[in-house]
Design a protein around this ligand. Structure first.
Ligand code: BTN
Length: 262
């Protein structure tokens, strides 16, 4: 594994976690990207529930090939999933991840919203991001890596000036640091609960919970997809988690992924 030049530690925390989903946790001081390490592990046959977690990333990756700034104090983790080997419904996994993060942060008393598709925000500023990467052959899902970055105990000054105005952290919002291990424990308990809904095919429950947590629906938005820019009212999401947008001319667009501006 290429990332082994960095330090690996197994902490008591990972041994004592006792969460059904989490089968193995690899804890690093630093990696290039937990998603890259997790993909290498998945390609080498790592099982569902393998988690890669790092205190710092040198080349954290965001959506659309952006950089995810990853200074000390943040949570950077990737979870390997192998959901029933079928592509059916995997488009709901970003909702599972966003809901998990939003619910976890809400438990710390912060009003947390999801901006479609899966940005997690507090007071209208981004506090966490999610990047899913998968290998699919035909209709078979080989693996999905769910990468999550959360601005936990980050001082906003440690983020670059261009993203500071639209970013926040739990430290900034709460005015005091959050216990890292306690936060992870809460996070994995939520992930276990919400991913179980997915495994048990309770897809409507996931959609209903996501709708309670989002502030996108009902708004006039602008969406930049990989091919076009669309404007309209985000009026619903469908059973697969696609956004339903009503354009001014009445045309309905179903959108899987994009950048959303209010
Ligand atoms: C976004 O652009 O909003 C998604 C950011 C995802 C960042 C996380 S941090 C852990 C994992 N490893 C990465 O390199 N990226 C994801």
């Amino acid at each position: 594994m290429k990332e082994t030049k960095f330090v690996t530690k197994t902490t008591n925390f990972s041994k004592n976690l006792h969460i059904d989903l989490v089968k193995k946790m690899l804890v690093f001081d630093e990696v290039n990207s937990t998603n890259i390490t997790a993909k290498e592990l998945a390609q080498a046959g790592a099982e569902e529930g393998t988690v890669v977690i790092a205190r710092k990333q040198h080349h954290g990756r965001g959506r659309f090939d952006r950089i995810w700034q990853s200074p000390d104090g943040g949570v950077y983790l990737s979870i390997i999933l192998q959901p029933k080997k079928s592509t059916e419904n995997i488009s709901l996994l970003p909702l599972v991840a966003a809901l998990t993060v939003a619910r976890t942060i809400t438990l710390y008393g912060l009003h947390t919203t999801i901006k479609w598709p899966n940005d997690v925000q507090v007071n209208g500023k981004k506090i966490a991001g999610i990047l899913l990467e998968s290998e699919i052959r035909g209709h078979e899902v080989i693996y999905v890596v769910v990468g999550i970055g959360i601005n936990l105990n980050i001082d906003r000054k440690d983020l670059s000036a261009d993203i500071q105005p639209r970013s926040t952290s739990m430290f900034h919002e709460l005015g005091s640091p959050v216990d890292y291990h306690e936060f992870l424990r809460t996070f994995f308990m939520q992930f276990d609960r919400i991913y179980s809904l997915f495994v048990d095919h309770k897809f409507q429950r996931i959609i209903d919970e996501w709708k309670i947590q989002t502030d996108t629906l009902g708004k006039t938005i602008c969406v930049q997809t990989s091919t076009e820019t669309l404007q309209g009212i985000a009026f619903d999401i469908d059973q697969s988690g696609f956004l339903l947008l009503r354009k001014e001319n009445g045309e309905i667009k179903k959108i899987l992924s994009g950048d959303c501006l209010y």
